[in-house]
Design a protein around this ligand. Structure first.
Ligand code: ATP
Ligand code: MG
Length: 418
């Protein structure tokens, strides 16, 4: 411990890549979460909670040692008992672990949704933080393409209800079944080997361990080589084609627009069939707002029974940044200015009556009585109520033209006065 009493607690900026939220951004954040909670119920997704900390092996084994997240981004440390634990960098692995340890196979197919903080040691920038938050939806124990389609329709409705679907595109790919994927992988390795000399250093490392990942490299050096690589289409088995066809016809039937992106991959071996991202050009380099896919091999890789599953995650901060200004309505229903301390009891009665009847209400009863009305008038609200003495009697005056203001007035008239 430092003896220097003047040593300051580090400012939030010193904890790089984390943020404090108040006011507008906190409201936007809450609006995203509220909308998600409403829409996930419409699709029958159950609420699930999983821990922030997990044994490091849960992520190391499921995400794969060669991914950016595991090799560079995890917050892992030995706890006081000497066990290596990790602050979750994503939800899927923890939910898969929970499915196994709790025997939730009995509920399959299990549709679950959650949201909360995640941790990745990244280079902080706009839309990229070290503590960030995600919405997450998963279907465990279903190998039906209808599950993929429904999950995507859910995502699409969420973005529409948030009012940000415009300018956001669903891009979709298939990674086929195990046989398709292995054949494609071999063809990719052959293609990249032929261009070994021109690949970036990162991609050279990927070539040995995770060649699919070269396809979505952002390095300009890799781009030409990645763009001329073979698509999976020539390698898809009949079954894999049927699966992809069922997903896309489900989307078409539901009226969800999509685009094929044959370069879209999820690098890990347990990913199968559907891979997708909702992308926008409105957030600069951080253009993916929601991403996911089918991960039929993951639960088995974690030591559970073979279990087909599909899911997505979306960055709450990125969604919150895309919201239009007018979506956030902070207005209270009513604000009450108590201009005479003698009327405090009457004002308290009125504020209780309003709140008990579902009207969001604030009361201004401190500071100089003459200034309270002006203070109250500055708080955004449908109705501005003043309670004071007029001609020796209590006087309640309600100002406001909206329907909500009228409802406030009716509520006050029908509740008993002192
Ligand atoms: P990116 O390519 O932007 O690094 P990713 O592939 O690492 O994204 P996923 O692991 O698929 O992202 O996470 C899903 C979503 O979570 C992303 O689309 C994004 O909206 C959000 N997200 C991921 N990392 C961060 C971060 N560090 N800060 C804020 N949001 C993030
Ligand atoms: Mg990332």
């Amino acid at each position: 411990m430092s003896k220097d009493k003047s040593a300051k607690i580090p400012t939030p900026q010193a904890v790089r890549g984390t943020q404090d939220m108040l006011g507008d951004f906190a409201d936007r954040f809450a609006h995203v979460v509220d909308t998600f909670e409403r829409v996930r119920r419409l699709y029958g997704y159950k609420r699930i909670e999983v821990p922030v900390i997990e044994p490091t092996a849960v992520f190391a084994r499921s995400l794969g040692e060669t991914t950016d997240v595991v090799s560079k981004e995890m917050y892992s440390f030995d706890d006081r008992g000497g066990e290596s634990i990790t602050l979750r960098p994503e939800f899927t692995a923890g939910i898969a672990r929970a499915y196994i340890t709790n025997g939730w196979q009995q509920y399959a197919p299990l549709k679950v949704a959650t949201h909360g903080p995640l941790f990745r040691y990244e280079r902080p920038q706009k839309g990229r933080y070290r503590q960030f938050h995600q919405l997450d939806a998963e279907v465990l124990g279903s190998d039906s393409p209808l599950a993929d389609a429904e999950l995507l329709v859910f995502a699409d409705q969420l973005l529409k209800e948030l009012g940000i679907a415009e300018g956001v595109t669903l891009t979709l790919n298939t990674l086929g079944d195990a046989a398709s994927r292995d054949a494609w992988r071999a063809a990719l390795v052959e293609h990249f080997e032929a261009h070994r000399g021109d690949l970036s250093e990162d991609s050279l490392a990927r070539l040995d361990k995770n060649p699919l990942r070269i396809l979505d490299s952002k390095d300009p050096k890799d781009r030409l080589i990645a763009d001329s690589a073979p698509d999976i289409d020539a390698f898809l088995t009949g079954e894999a084609q049927d699966f992809f066809g069922a997903v896309t016809s489900g989307l078409d039937a539901a009226g969800v627009a999509w685009e094929r992106n044959a370069r879209l991959v999820r690098g890990l071996d347990y990913y199968r069939h559907t891979a997708f991202e909702f992308v926008t050009d409105r957030l600069g380099a951080q253009g993916t707002v929601l991403g996911g896919g089918r991960y039929d091999g993951l639960i088995e890789a974690l030591g559970g029974p073979p279990t087909a599953a599909v899911g997505w995650a979306a960055g709450i901060e990125r969604l919150a940044m895309l919201l239009a200004d007018e979506v956030i309505d902070n207005r209270l229903d009513a604000v009450i200015a108590v201009e005479d301390d003698g009327q405090l009891a009457a004002a308290m009665k009125a504020v209780s009556a309003l709140r008990n009847n579902g009207f969001a209400t604030e009361i201004v009863a401190s500071g100089s009585p003459r200034k309270r009305f002006d203070k109250a008038a500055k708080i955004p609200a449908h109705a501005l109520i003043s309670i004071g003495m007029r001609d020796g009697a209590a006087h309640i005056n309600v100002r406001g033209e909206s329907d909500r203001a009228k409802a406030v007035e009716t509520c006050l008239q029908s509740s008993p006065r002192t």
